[in-house]
Design a protein around this ligand. Sequence first.
Ligand code: ATP
Ligand code: MG
Length: 727
Amino acid sequence: MDYLQGLNAQQREAVLHRDGPLMIVAGAGSGKTKVLTTRIAHLMATGVDAFNILALTFTNKAAKEMKERIEKVLQNSEARNLYIGTFHSVFARILRGEAHRIGYPNDFTIYDTDDTKSVIKTVVNELNLDDKHYKPSAVYNRISGAKNALVGPAEYANDYAIQQEDMRTNRPAMAQIYDAYVKRCYKNGAMDFDDLLLKFYELLKNVPESLSKYQRKFKYILVDEYQDTNPAQYEVIKLLGAMHENVCVVGDDAQSIYSFRGATIENILQFQKDYEDAKVVKLEQNYRSSKSILDVANEVIKNNKGQIPKNLWTEKGEGEKIKLVRLNTDNDEGKFVADTIQEQKLRNHYNNRDFAILYRTNAQSRAFEESLRRMGIPYTMFGGLSFYARKEIKDYVAYLRVIVNPRDEEALKRIINYPVRGIGKTTIDKTVLAANEQNISMWQVLERAREFGFKAGTLEAIENFVTMIKSFASMLQGKNAYDVAVHVGKQTNFVKELFNDKSTEGVQRYENVQELLNSIKEWTESPDTEEGEVTDKGLGAYLQQITLLTDADEKDPNADTVKLMSIHAAKGLEFGCVFAAGLEEMLFPNALAINSREELEEERRLFYVVITRAKERLWISYANTRYRFGNLVQNEPSRFLEELPEQYVDRSFAGGGMRNQGMGNRSAYDRMNGGGWGGGQSANQAEKRYGPPPSKKASTPASSTPSYITPKPQNKPVEHVPSADFV
Ligand code: ATP
Ligand code: MG
């Protein structure tokens, strides 16, 4: 049992604890995830079947890494039989066998955020409401919040406080929209992301056979990042674990950063009430960060009230002080970071992969991307558009979705007249209207088109379309996903149309489609067990898994590149060197989160999370001015900077002695012109390394190149003629 070597006493205790509820609450970098992984390995090594273990992680990527680590420890490939992944992916997989029990087709479609917003827009318009007032994204947030709190449309409509809130925000029709939206998804045989939790919960609650089947199956349940579970997830874990009570949760209340999505740290406190005999293990040794970094993090989080007290310590040395850096503009911040990375690589022999640039909002990435590109430093950005969100890919996939589930109205609308086949907008509107009137699906109207008085030409086009889709659907039995997909691309002329477009973008689109088909092929041929039975390589199984992929799952975490991502996305990760960027009032803490103590404390937890991602070196930067939403704005330094303990922080790049000087009291003129940069010796150093301080520049801050003027790099020229394999 080599894997037990090197664990400290508390970690070992948690790994060896066999039956009964277990909770590990511990600070960042104390080995929670390591314990969880080792625990799974240990269970498997001592006779528990992988099929009986359910492990819920924060990302699919984390799940994959855990599997790999377990395989390495056990030196076999049993780990692939684990039910391990995000709540969404694991529950979606189970629902594919069970959805029919709650009135959905097993081949239900999963609506991504785009689909969801589109359905909401449709519903809002059909209710004769204004989608500018009832913005799909705002409505979506509200509905999502309700679902994750397990509040259904009926309860929503009847809850006095909720209704008051909607009146206050001038959205009195929310309940009506919610109800119509739910019905529409149901009619379309579709679930949105939140439904994957909600419907799974309903399955367990309403279908006793399913409940007992999965209770018996999952003898051991493990949950990472438990502090960020929402009430729906909490209830599901409770239901699933009720038979064996072998539920192990690990988390850190100080890192709870998803309350805006309905997560609540109450879950941690509630665990001990639910399971009175729960064993509670505290891990206090941090193995990740230098003493300076850890102490700074500990000091910062102390400013929050009501944390579970923890005493995190490390055997590591003090290491480098944390560097606080003040820049004039966001572009300067980008340049500073790229310069520093270059310098650190030379001076301290770091690789690109040792660096992470972490920010509060994804919009901040632009300045870093530009400067990294200019310096030729390779980087990977997370949080961008997923491959599967590109238009041509969504169009292609829409065909596949319609074949698997013709009730899927969103997909149907996407492809019914693409490529053009004479079924125009008027016809589509008429079809949708008829479907609503008759309370049937849009597909059913098309199937029975003769009954609805379409013009002869239109009728013919519709009938040809229906015949074509049916002929594709008949391939589903017996053909794998790849064969069906290639056939569809050829028969519809879809691929040919892209192939004939020889513009740079057209060629790119065609290549993307080739890439899609290649990935379907790869997926079709990969080994993959499901319950040790016949593997499902059908189109339905394929579609489900791609909908749940995020851009993070598509990127290689081990590539030697600098990583750029939001702090939310960096949860659980660690890097040698971290840049925490944009520590400015209104940005971090965010303008949307300064109205209550609760919100502010969550922002502070985010700050704690970003600090604790660093192992060796940490830079915290802020800019005097930056472009936000197209405007140049000036911000004060973040209030969190005043909470950094002097002892471990080098403020020489921030104009020195910020706390004494009181940044907040500088004159507007000073702030605009970067006055206060000068700090004697250190300022000179700064000048040498990073150019003259802003106040010495001939230009005013406003002249730093705004993003929209900066020339964007051109798409790389097409150097080869793509193959016509799939045309
Ligand atoms: P977070 O709260 O950020 O998710 P965590 O508590 O999950 O952190 P891990 O990511 O499991 O912490 O561990 C942090 C680092 O410490 C990892 O690099 C891990 O390999 C290392 N580590 C954990 N325990 C030990 C140990 N006993 N000996 C050596 N290294 C350890
Ligand atoms: Mg972790």
